[in-house]
Design a protein around this ligand. Structure first.
Ligand SMILES: *Cc1c(COP(=O)(O)O)cnc(C)c1O
Length: 405
């Protein structure tokens, strides 16, 4: 039995082919490499019914993932997160068929675990000794945790003000961690220089290694499977590097070729924060690429990416699918986070809350219609961002009383 139908890598700008069985970074023109499979052969070898009988993690799609030998799979049980109806909140905002794909339940508390599981597994299979990356926190945490499980080393550099908990995740899993007085692009330059000095290290920055997209694309496979092999009308995604959005679009196109879904594509919405909206600006200006912005800021740290390497792929996916791009303020994010938790009991991350705020806005504008099925991706748990909730509670004296109601 063939575990993976991995065929080759392809430059996302020129279409040039690259060998998938060597360690690869970006293409000769500096563009991300996309993973290609022999989908014809996979189509004959695996059916939707068979997938449905497999264990509930993302490796149920292993024919469409890049790890060739099951023995190299490094897993902590990631994937097959719930797709929850948000009935109360949905009716408040006029989208009764609103669903949340809740990535807060993944190991490490963010969907970065999907990319890390697949990326680390493949790195191990190809003989890499250690991984190195700049991060806004969650990716570094996920990659160092999976690297530890795979027996690989990790070198992580993150901005000083990245969520504190992600530092601790790196430290507890034995990563070599540095903080930088700057943004993720500054961390990136430091990592690049360090990797040039070291042997056995692979730079695994966002889209500078090919396999992270493959892990994140499984969200697209899962959404279709969980809806009975149908796709929703709209999917909202908090776009930083945009890997998940590119991945979900890739998953949809692959599933069409596999004959698993029909012609319809979900309209993909790239959601950003007002303090960091390069992709939204490019979308509104009809451009194919975004411009590097200085001094970007938002409390939704995972989407504070001033210039994404794959910005053109995000814009392509949004346009090809008939989607759009929206920015929301940090105030909107915090307000939506509180509204959602009160209505549904779900404490989402600020990036997820941004998508709910965007859904509300797009419904008000009429871009989302009342009868449409809409999926919001909550990319992490609110527990990783305790400062998003202010707490003022009365302290009772030992011999005091709880106030009467
Ligand atoms: C990284 C991250 C994002 C953005 O993901 P990209 O794939 O880089 O666009 C969104 N939410 C959270 C919680 C993240 O950690």
């Amino acid at each position: 039995m063939t575990y993976s139908y991995l065929s080759h890598l392809e430059c996302s700008r020129t279409g040039e082919r690259y060998d998938a069985d060597e360690v690869q970074g970006v293409s000769r023109v500096g563009a991300p490499l996309l993973v290609r499979y022999d989908l014809e052969a996979a189509r004959g070898a695996v059916s939707r019914d068979e997938v449905e009988r497999r264990p509930h993690d993302l490796w149920r799609y292993h024919e469409l993932l890049p790890v060739r030998d099951a023995r190299h799979v490094t897993t902590l049980g990631e994937g097959m997160t719930p797709l929850l109806p948000m009935t109360t909140y949905g009716s408040q905002v006029g989208i009764p068929h609103l669903l949340m794909k809740d990535e807060g339940l993944v190991p490490t508390g963010s969907f970065k675990a999907r990319g890390a599981a697949v990326g680390v597994s493949r790195a191990r299979e190809l003989g890499v000794k250690a991984v190195a990356m700049p991060t806004n926190g969650n990716a570094g945490a996920a990659w160092s945790v999976y690297a530890a499980r795979a027996g690989l080393g990790s070198l992580i550099v993150m901005p000083q003000d990245a969520p504190e908990i992600t530092r601790r995740e790196c430290v507890v899993s034995g990563a070599e961690l540095y903080l930088v007085d700057g943004l993720i692009n500054h961390a990136g330059a430091l990592v690049k220089a360090a990797v040039e000095q070291r042997t056995g290290y692979q730079e695994v920055s966002t889209l500078k290694e090919p396999y992270r997209i493959e892990g994140k694309k499984t969200m697209g496979y899962e959404i279709a499977e969980q809806l009975g092999w149908q796709v929703p009308d709209v999917i909202l995604y908090p776009a930083g590097g945009g890997v998940g959005l590119i991945g979900i679009h890739k998953a949809m196109l692959e599933m069409q070729q596999l004959g698993w879904i029909g012609d319809k594509l979900p309209r993909l919405v790239a959601v950003q924060a007002e303090g960091c909206r390069p992709i939204v600006d490019a979308f509104e200006q009809g451009k194919d690429e975004s411009e590097l912005k200085d001094g970007t800021h938002t409390l939704a740290f995972g989407i504070n990416v001033p210039k994404a390497l794959g910005d053109f792929l995000v814009l392509q996916a949004v346009r090809e699918s008939g989607g759009t791009a929206v920015a929301v303020t940090d105030d909107d994010i915090l307000a939506e986070l509180a509204t959602l938790a009160a209505a549904e009991g779900s404490w989402v991350c600020p990036e997820g809350a941004a998508c709910f705020a965007a859904a509300r806005r797009l419904r008000e504008d009429g871009w989302i219609r009342e009868d449409e099925q809409v999926v919001v991706l909550n990319t992490g748990t609110g527990l990783k961002y305790p400062e998003t909730v202010g707490v003022v509670v009365p302290v009772l004296a030992r011999d005091g009383q709880v106030p009467a109601r």
